[in-house]
Design a binder for this molecule. Structure first.
Ligand SMILES: Cc1cc2nc3c(=O)[nH]c(=O)nc-3n(C[C@H](O)[C@H](O)[C@H](O)COP(=O)(O)OP(=O)(O)OC[C@H]3O[C@@H](n4cnc5c(N)ncnc54)[C@H](O)[C@@H]3O)c2cc1C
Ligand code: SF4
Length: 338
């Protein structure tokens, strides 16, 4: 590991001032991703700015019927909070489908948003990787690409975003609140992560001198009809091959509103609002769900080892929609005892 300085931010302004004045600095929260990247020499920050002492660990009412989650709240505390598990069980389920209990205790909300891809070649510094070292090429394209993207990839990069939590946040249309030298910004979740295009080294629209302070959940939590279905090689402690977050609002026998986000398939949680609108007013049946799955996967293209994901995703979308419609979610979230 290469030597680095360590400082502890006193408050949010101090954190912003420090990151803005040093392009080689990085924030550290739970450290469950950044420290691994430093140990592998993939990340080489000269200074770590520890933000764990900042007062950003609360869950507050927004006044608009939603909740505002502090960026430093550990993933476990978020998943097990009674307000979240009762009103946003989709989010609790997605978080609890990820990593391990120990990791979730350390991992923060902000860090989860900004965790980096698990592409094998990104971690292996002996191979070409445009995300790790722009302009060197992409080892995954002709390499072992079982975990890589089938949607939204570019010639430069076929990596996927590895988070489970973010798939639920995309379906819930969360908003990411950030602070920088020029003040505060609210970024709709769909605009927070980006596709690789010509600059795969940039994962998100967060500026280098900004800090995530909170994630806002809108009032609609789809608490009755939801499912988070994660397909992976092992039942626990494995990243998604494909995951699906679904929230449905039913009115009588018809669908009033639908949200669907996919994980494990693209450089960001994958949502196609037009595919969701197709379900409006429809009976929740297999025919309608199949057409929606086709719309979500339009243009999907795989590589030597991951083309199976296209059919896997289609089946997972239909199954998750059926589970949500029946009120029988795949992942049971936390039981709330009030
Ligand atoms: C073995 C293993 C298995 C895992 N399995 C899964 C899984 O199945 N599903 C899943 O979703 N995740 C999984 N994870 C990933 C885990 O969820 C992330 O490592 C974790 O969420 C990162 O949070 P952190 O607070 O530790 O981030 P850190 O490692 O502290 O930081 C990560 C990045 O975010 C930046 N950052 C942190 N906080 C902020 C902030 N407030 N503002 C701006 N930048 C910030 C840091 O500078 C750094 O670049 C796994 C991790 C490991 C090690
Ligand atoms: S897919 Fe992206 S992260 Fe993986 S090797 Fe290619 S450029 Fe690097």
């Amino acid at each position: 590991m290469i030597g680095f300085e360590y400082v502890k931010a006193r408050d949010v302004s101090d954190a912003v001032r420090r990151i803005a004045s040093d392009p080689n600095a990085k924030f550290i929260a739970g450290g469950t991703n950044l420290i691994d990247l430093m140990k592998e020499n993939v990340a080489q920050p000269r200074r770590l700015i520890d933000i764990t002492g900042l007062p950003l660990s609360e869950i507050e009412d927004t006044g608009a019927g939603g909740l505002r989650v502090g960026a430093l709240l550990p993933n476990s505390d978020l998943a097990y909070d009674a307000r979240i598990s009762k009103r946003y069980p989709l989010l609790s389920s997605a978080i609890l489908a990820g990593a391990s209990a120990q990791l979730r205790n350390m991992a923060s909300t902000g860090g989860n948003l900004l965790q980096r891809t698990r592409c094998l070649y990104f971690y292996d510094t002996t191979t070409a990787c445009n995300k790790r070292e722009p302009g060197t090429g992409c080892g995954a394209r002709e390499g072992f690409n079982r975990m890589n993207a089938i949607l939204g990839w570019s010639e430069k990069c076929i990596a996927v975003h590895p988070s489970d939590m973010c798939v639920a946040l995309a379906a819930l249309k969360a908003v990411v609140h950030v602070t920088g030298p020029n003040g505060n910004r609210a970024i709709p979740f769909a605009a927070f992560h980006r596709l690789p295009d010509d600059a795969p080294e940039i994962d998100s629209t967060l500026a280098a001198d900004e800090i995530v302070v909170a994630v806002e959940l809108p009032a609609q939590g789809f608490a009755r009809n939801y499912s988070y279905l994660k397909i992976r090689d092992r039942l626990s402690y494995a990243f998604a091959l494909v995951s699906v977050a679904v929230g449905l609002e039913l009115d009588g026998g018809a669908i009033k509103q639908a949200r669907i986000a996919l994980g494990g398939v693209a450089h960001k949680p994958w949502r196609i609002p037009e595919a969701e609108t197709m379900l409006k007013g429809k009976e929740p049946d297999r025919k309608a769900f199949g057409a929606t799955a086709d719309a979500l996967l339009a243009g999907a293209a795989g590589f030597a080892h991951n083309s199976f994901k296209i059919e896997l995703a289609r089946r997972a979308i239909i199954r998750a929609l059926e589970q949500a419609a029946a009120g029988t979610p795949q992942s049971q979230s936390v039981k709330v005892i009030l």
